[in-house]
Design a protein around this ligand. Structure first.
Ligand code: ADP
Ligand code: ZN
Ligand code: ZN
Length: 656
């Protein structure tokens, strides 16, 4: 029960989690509840989820629950507004823009009908995890919408939660859902809404008025009294993992919630995460395959292209330029993917080799042709946000010859616009897509065919159903591969499949994806040539198993940030000693040495981490609980008393 209570001199919202008839406290110490919210925000099952999340992710229960309740409902002055008025306002929010029509069941192909059949055969009231796997464009969305259709026909009061990794993807799925279910009420929940909109969507979910709830990771904690199924689309996407605070995986919590509420859950992906893949292979998840793209469309032909060696001024290889020309001739659009925004990742002095390093981070400041309201070239640190004008001359030796090195989206855009002055080149990256409205407008331009060449970051690769892409070029593909993160190949493979999936959503013509790499022999590229997911996953699994890495083990990180590296190191070594002293170490747990993170300094803070690996979940959980308890005793909150080290513990990290 959500209430308002006095706290010191102020009144604050509070949550009643238990009622008792007796208290040890003196009557004078007991306070009176001032106001009770006109609704019950967290039912018992949601409380169970919050308890679990708080325990598993080693986060305070209060913080965990509070993050689940929209701010609008935590603002006690909103409570006195009558619910009737709110209900009225809610009505106005239900948009009915039935633009896109879902292919009706008759139009679905045999694979899709069989897939829906399997899902429909599932008995209600029983937990089961399905993996819906098929290449991009194989009609997976149509399958889960078909499944939802039958669920809602069986029980018109039922509710379904659909989770998407990115707020950018919600508008198009929203339209598709509204087209398919014009009579059902839909509530959309993501961080791009105003607090009020979120409060209202949440209210509609909680009261059962919304039958379909579409949301990003934060929607996992939505109260849904009549929840009948959960769908997690693009389940392998790292956006489902929150990186700070309550560092939860919304996908993992969704599976837990489905289990706790005895529901079917459908994990959807063209490239399942290694964890999901293993579960499917072991029969813990039930795999449903869609073998082909719908409409007989083909995946693009893959070609591995060496980067152009000649000079820094040439940004794309002649092979790619020729392919672009041909594709333009055919009247098709081209996507150019480069995972670096800005003009050049660093500028350098040609006489003394000075590099544009950030003052506060161990990384380089990226040169931008322009940035926000700055219309002249600027240097910007992508880690701490520091912005500076590009210096006139070298700060070290005064030489005026400063050269941008490497390339980012702006440079590629410039070069292509020079090479093809007659066509429209559109850039899509975080610098340009600053608001969700602007982002949607950019994607609409691509859909409408207003641009022939589109240059952008990973934002471009995801889920969009473009109809006319004939060519995809991926620049600097290796950049992700040769980091020391063991997850990098898995992420790269998924990204390449995803961006390849934007091409060829029409028939009768072959399309292409050109991938720039220095290491064509690398297994990622060899398997991508034939889009051999199973082959790649088996390869990945054998490596992981041999090395004892997830999904064959479980990991946790202790993060530390300190002003001085020495202090962070001392703190983590202390944590390590504690871990080694603790008895659980006999049960297949390895504690590694503390190390600096790959970006060792950000915003003046030295960043270090300590990795813990365990063959089983339970002993790791027990160990982490003890560690947290121990560290807490020597800290104020999560800042150590000695050395002022900011620390946190993360479960199942995605970037190690
Ligand atoms: P995925 O989720 O696997 O990428 P979608 O379900 O989004 O695939 O389908 C890709 C495109 O094909 C969409 O535009 C969708 O409307 C359309 N589509 C899906 N199933 C069929 C079908 N059986 N016949 C024709 N078009 C279909
Ligand atoms: Zn110099
Ligand atoms: Zn910086």
């Amino acid at each position: 029960m959500l209430v308002e209570v006095p706290f010191g001199r102020i009144n604050v919202p509070g949550l009643v989690i238990e009622v008792t008839t007796y208290s040890h406290l003196n009557d004078s110490k007991l306070k009176t509840v001032l106001q009770v919210a006109p609704l019950n925000p967290l039912d018992s099952r949601l409380m169970e989820l919050a308890y679990f999340a708080s325990q598993y992710y080693i986060h305070g229960l209060g913080e965990t629950i509070v993050s689940a309740i929209p701010k609008w409902w935590r603002t006690t002055s909103n409570w006195s507004k009558s619910l009737d008025r709110l209900k009225l306002e809610t009505k106005g929010l239900i948009e009915l823009k039935a633009k896109e029509k879902m292919p009706s069941l008759e139009e679905l192909n045999e694979d899709q009908r069989r897939a829906i059949q399997i899902l429909n055969n599932h008995k209600q009231g029983i937990f089961n995890t399905f993996l819906l796997n098929g290449v991009t464009g194989s009609g997976k969305t149509a399958v889960y919408l078909g499944f939802i259709d039958s669920l809602l026909k069986q029980d018109p009061g039922a509710q379904v939660l659909i989770m998407l990794p990115e707020i950018n993807l919600t508008p198009q799925l929203q339209r598709r859902i509204q087209g398919a279910f014009p009579r059902e009420t839909l509530a959309v929940l993501h961080s791009g809404l105003t607090e009020r909109q979120r409060g209202i969507a949440w209210y509609r979910a909680m009261t059962g008025a919304a039958h379909i709830v579409l949301g990003t990771r934060l929607s996992i904690m939505t109260p849904l009294p009549k929840l009948a199924a959960i769908v997690v689309d693009e389940e392998n996407d790292s956006s489902f993992k929150q990186q700070d605070g309550l560092a939860y995986s919304a996908r993992d919590l969704a599976v837990w919630r489905a289990k706790n509420e005895r529901l079917p859950i459908v994990l959807v992906s063209a490239t399942p995460s290694s964890q999901t893949w293993r579960a499917a292979k072991e029969g813990r998840y039930q795999e449903i395959q869609l073998a082909n793209r719908v409409g007989g469309f083909q995946m693009p032909n893959v070609e591995l292209v060496p980067p152009d060696k000649k000079s820094h001024s040439i940004t794309m290889s002649p092979v790619m330029i020729r392919a672009l020309e041909q594709n333009l001739h055919k009247g098709r659009q081209s996507l150019i993917l480069i995972n670096r925004r800005g003009m050049a990742p660093v500028i350098s002095c040609s006489s003394c080799d000075w590099l544009s390093e950030c003052d506060h981070c161990s990384s380089y400041m990226v040169m931008h042709r322009q940035l926000g309201h700055f219309k002249t070239p600027m240097l910007c640190c992508h880690h701490c946000g520091l912005v500076k004008a590009v210096p006139q001359g070298c700060p070290r030796c005064g030489d005026l010859d400063l050269q941008p090195l490497g390339r980012g989206t702006q440079k590629v855009e410039d070069q292509l616009q020079r090479l093809f002055p007659q066509v429209t080149v559109l850039r899509v990256d975080a610098d340009i897509a600053r608001t969700s409205k602007k982002t949607e407008a950019l994607f609409q331009e691509i859909h409408d065919g207003a641009a022939q060449i589109i240059v952008g970051t990973q934002m471009l690769a995801k889920g969009h159903d473009y109809q006319n892409i004939g060519l995809v070029c991926v620049l600097d593909a290796d950049a992700r591969l040769y980091s020391n993160d063991y997850m990098a190949p898995e992420h790269l493979f998924a990204q390449l499949v995803q961006v390849a999936g934007r091409a060829g959503r029409f028939s009768g013509e072959s399309t292409q994806i050109l991938i720039e790499t220095r290491y064509p022999e690398d297994p990622v590229y060899q398997y991508i040539k034939t889009f051999d997911l199973a082959g790649f996953m088996e390869h990945l699994m054998s490596i992981r198993q041999e090395a004892g890495l997830p999904p064959f083990s479980y990991q946790a990180l202790v993060h530390a940030e300190a002003r001085q590296k020495k202090e962070g190191l001392t703190w983590l070594n202390h944590a390590k000693q504690f871990l080694q002293r603790t008895a659980h170490l006999q049960t297949g747990i390895t504690v590694f040495d503390p190390v600096p993170k790959s970006i060792a300094r950000v915003g003046g803070w030295e960043r270090l981490q300590l990795l813990i690996e365990s063959r089983h979940r339970a002993p790791l959980q027990a160990l982490l609980n003890e560690l947290e308890h121990h560290l807490r005793q020597q800290s104020v909150g999560r800042v150590s008393k000695v050395g002022k080290v900011r620390w946190s513990i993360e479960r199942d990290p995605l970037f190690v």
